[in-house]
Ligand binder design. Structure first.
Ligand SMILES: Cc1ncc(COP(=O)(O)O)c(C=O)c1O
Length: 332
C-alpha cells in the first residue's frame, strides 16, 4: 500500500507499507511462518503442535491448528495482552502462561521439545520450516513493486526470523535475475530500547548479541536472547543497513502517526518500525528519492491496552434530533 501522506511528512516520495497485519486470519505476519511449520507437522503425522510465543505466534498456532484439526499448546510469558488471549480462547487452544520472561519460557520449552517426542514445537523443533515461511515477505514485496528492488526495508526484529529470511528472499530473487537494482535492499531492524540485543550489538560493532532482560511495552518483540540474532547482525551489515532501537514513547508516537497519516492501526512492533523510519528519514540515511518499504507486522486491535481508551472519544447523546443538533452545532 502506498503511504503518500506519511511519506510527505517524512520527506520520502516513494514510501510503501507492506501490510502483514490485516490480511491474515489472526492479523499478524506470524500466520505465514506458522503455516509453513504446520504443513511440515501434518506431513510428519503429528497430532499435537506447540509453540513458545510473545503473543502472536500463539494466535497463529491456535487458529491454523484448528483449521488443520490438530491440538494446539501455546506457552506464554507474563504480560501477553488480553486481545491475544481472547483469540486463543476462540480457537480453543490450551494456553500455559508461565510467570517469567519469554526467554525463560523458551528455555523450558526447548527442554520439553527434546522430551516430548510426540509434540512438534513449531518455532523450536520445526524452526527451519517456520523461518522459511518468512522468505515469502521478501518475495511478495518484490512482486508487488513490479520486481523493482526497494532501496530500504524497515522491519521489527525480535527472534529475527523475519529480518533474516525476508532478506534471503530478496537475495534469491536477485540472484535469479528477477529483480532490478542491487543484490539487496538496505535492511533496518527496529527494536524497543527496553529490549534491543541486536541493535546494541550492532552499535557496539559486535558479531554476537548479548542477551538482555526485556523492559518495554512492546511485548511482541520483547525477546532478550534472539535465536537468529547473530545471523541478523551479519545480514544487516551485508546489506548496508542498520539495527536501531526506539523508546516506548517513540513507539506510541509511531502507532499514532501511522493511524493518522495512513489509516492503519498497528501494534507496538509496527510502531517501532514507523519510529525507526522517522529517525532514518530525519537523519537523511533515507533520502527523498529512495524506494522505501515499511513492514507492518501486527494489528493494534490486539493491543488495545496501549492505545487511548476508545470510549473517552465517543460523544454519547440521546437519540433525539434536537439534542443531536444542539450538541453538534459548534462542531460544524
Ligand atoms: C507483530 C510482530 N512483529 C514482529 C515480530 C518479530 O518477528 P521475529 O521474531 O521473526 O523477529 C513479532 C514476533 O516476534 C511480532 O509478533
Amino acid at each position: 500500500m502506498r503511504a503518500d501522506r506519511l511519506g510527505n511528512l517524512l520527506g520520502i516520495r516513494r514510501l510503501y507499507l507492506k501490510l502483514d497485519s490485516h490480511n491474515w486470519p489472526t492479523y499478524s505476519y506470524k500466520d505465514r511462518v506458522v503455516a509453513a511449520a504446520l504443513q511440515r507437522a501434518v506431513d510428519m503425522g503429528v497430532t499435537t503442535v506447540a509453540c513458545v510465543s510473545t503473543g502472536n505466534v500463539g494466535n497463529s498456532l491456535a487458529a491454523l491448528a484448528a483449521a488443520a484439526g490438530l491440538r494446539a499448546m501455546v506457552f506464554y510469558p507474563s504480560g501477553v495482552e488480553a486481545g491475544k488471549h481472547a483469540m486463543n480462547a476462540a480457537f480453543n487452544a490450551d494456553v500455559i502462561q508461565l510467570n517469567g520472561s519469554y526467554d525463560e519460557v523458551s528455555a523450558i520449552c526447548r527442554r520439553l521439545a527434546l522430551e516430548w517426542e510426540s509434540v512438534a514445537f513449531v518455532n523450536i523443533t520445526l524452526r527451519p520450516y517456520y523461518a522459511e515461511g518468512a522468505k515469502t515477505v521478501g518475495f511478495e514485496i518484490a512482486e508487488q513493486l513490479d520486481w523493482e528492488q526497494p532501496d530500504h526495508v524497515i522491519v521489527p526484529a525480535a527472534g529475527a526470523a523475519l529480518l533474516t529470511r525476508m532478506t534471503y528472499g530478496f537475495e534469491e530473487l536477485s540472484e535469479l535475475g528477477l529483480t532490478s537494482g542491487g543484490l539487496l535492499p538496505r535492511i533496518h531492524g527496529a527494536q524497543a530500547a527496553g529490549c534491543a540485543p541486536i541493535a546494541n550489538a550492532f552499535a557496539a560493532g559486535n558479531l554476537t548479541v548479548r542477551p538482555e532482560i526485556p523492559n518495554t511495552i512492546a511485548t511482541s518483540i520483547a525477546i532478550g536472547n534472539p535465536t537468529d540474532g547473530n545471523e541478523a547482525l551479519s545480514v544487516i551489515r551485508r546489506s548496508g543497513g542498520s539495527a536501531r532501537s526506539v523508546n516506548d514513547q517513540e513507539i506510541l508516537a509511531g502507532i499514532e502517526l501511522l493511524a493518522e497519516k495512513a489509516g492503519v492501526f498497528t501494534e507496538p512492533a509496527g510502531g517501532a518500525a514507523v519510529a525507526l523510519t522517522r529517525k532514518l528519514a530525519a537523519e537523511k540515511v533515507i533520502s527523498g528519492d529512495d524506494l522505501v518499504v515499511l513492514v507492518i507486522t501486527g494489528c493494534g486491535l490486539k493491543t488495545q491496552e496501549l492505545t487511548p481508551p476508545a470510549l473517552s472519544r465517543v460523544v454519547q447523546l440521546d437519540a433525539d434530533y434536537a439534542a443531536v443538533c444542539a450538541a453538534l452545532a459548534h462542531a460544524l
